[in-house]
Design a protein around this ligand. Structure first.
Ligand code: NAP
Length: 308
């Protein structure tokens, strides 16, 4: 039987892994389909303390994993099929095999929010993507007009990154003020290759018939005017939704699917703890996720001491 199983290997999961490993609990750490979490799809992380010149997101996560493994964490590339938290110890089915654990830390993070258009689903990976760092350098996007959707830090980061490849980058935002931090907004608005298109939403991505992205149809929300903007790629960066479907009916969640966190890192089930973006729609930073991972690990230690 495991002392602790950590589900997820983003900042929250790996910070929890470092702390529980250093507490000699030999955590079993399950990566899920995105080892390292969403930060691995970011380019330079400039706001993680300790890196005055920034750090590559993938590199940061790689280092965290190594640090956890150095102290005895068992990191396994595996996906959780289902969980049963109705009795303790807890049952977790991992790639068809049963794992039993005294405690669990849920750190499954969040995934990309989609526009919800039929054409978006049909053209996914055929010119529509959710990660400029992953796909921006593809030949299909080189020296072509590109569209980024969103007005937050992610959209700004994507737009700036894509200026290396596209002939022009249109930033389509549903309002006329960016949500992004001031420093990112200033960088975007002063970049001559980025053309903001304000107060507008994407109503369709063309061209499903050709099985590739050729343009977007936009609607101005103030004037209701429509326009078609030619482009070779659409980079959707409109936020995230929590990866918590697995835990429906097992732990308490809010209306948006975020796991309700109480007293630091506890959930509605004693012995099941939570950390990071799957329970946080407010801060959503690497450093806050890591902090929550630390808190969850400390709570696991206390819980194990209390039940032993
Ligand atoms: P976000 O801050 O939630 O921004 C999402 C953006 O998408 C908003 O501008 C929002 O518009 C727009 N949006 C949402 N739903 C939409 C829809 N259905 N159609 C069109 N537009 C839609 O998400 P994020 O940019 O991914 O950032 C998440 C967190 O990570 C933030 O705390 C951010 O600061 C942080 N982050 C930091 C960095 C960095 O520091 N390097 C990089 C990336 C992310 P409204 O503004 O109108 O709501």
């Amino acid at each position: 039987m495991e002392q602790v199983v950590i589900i997820g290997t983003g900042c929250a999961g790996l910070a929890a892994a470092i702390y529980t490993a250093r507490a000699n609990l030999s955590p079993l750490v399950l990566t899920g389909v995105t080892p390292g979490g969403l930060l691995t799809t970011t380019s330079i992380v400039e706001n993680y303390p300790g890196f005055p010149d920034g750090v590559d997101g993938f590199e940061l996560m790689n280092r965290m994993q190594k640090q956890a493994e150095k102290f005895g964490a068992k990191v396994k590339f595996a996906t959780v099929d289902s969980v049963d938290f109705t009795k303790s110890p807890f049952w977790i089915t991992v790639d068809g095999e049963l794992v039993v654990s005294k405690t669990v830390i849920i750190a499954t993070g969040a995934g990309h929010r989609h526009l919800g258009l039929a054409s978006e689903a049909k053209l996914d990976k055929k010119g529509i993507t959710y990660c400029a760092t992953c796909d921006g350098a593809l030949p299909v996007f080189r020296n072509k007009p590109l569209v980024v959707v969103g007005g937050g830090d992610s959209a700004c980061e994507e737009a700036l990154y894509l200026t290396r490849f596209g002939s022009v980058v249109y930033l389509v935002h549903r309002r006329d003020v960016l949500r992004a931090s001031r420093i990112m907004a200033e960088r975007v608005l002063s970049n001559p290759k980025i053309k903001p298109i304000w107060d507008s939403v994407v109503t369709d991505v063309l061209d499903v018939q050709q099985d590739k992205v050729t343009a977007v149809r936009l609607k101005n929300l103030k004037t209701s005017q429509e326009q078609v903007v030619d482009c070779a790629g659409v980079f959707v960066a409109i936020g995230h939704q929590p990866n918590t479907t697995l835990f429906k009916g097992q732990v308490e969640m809010d209306d948006n699917g975020y796991i309700v966190r109480r007293n630091g890192a506890a959930t509605s089930v004693a012995g099941v703890f939570v950390a990071g973006d799957c329970s946080d729609h407010v801060y959503r930073q690497a450093i806050t996720a890591a902090g929550m991972g630390c808190a969850a690990a400390i709570e696991v230690e206390r819980h194990l001491a209390a039940i032993s």
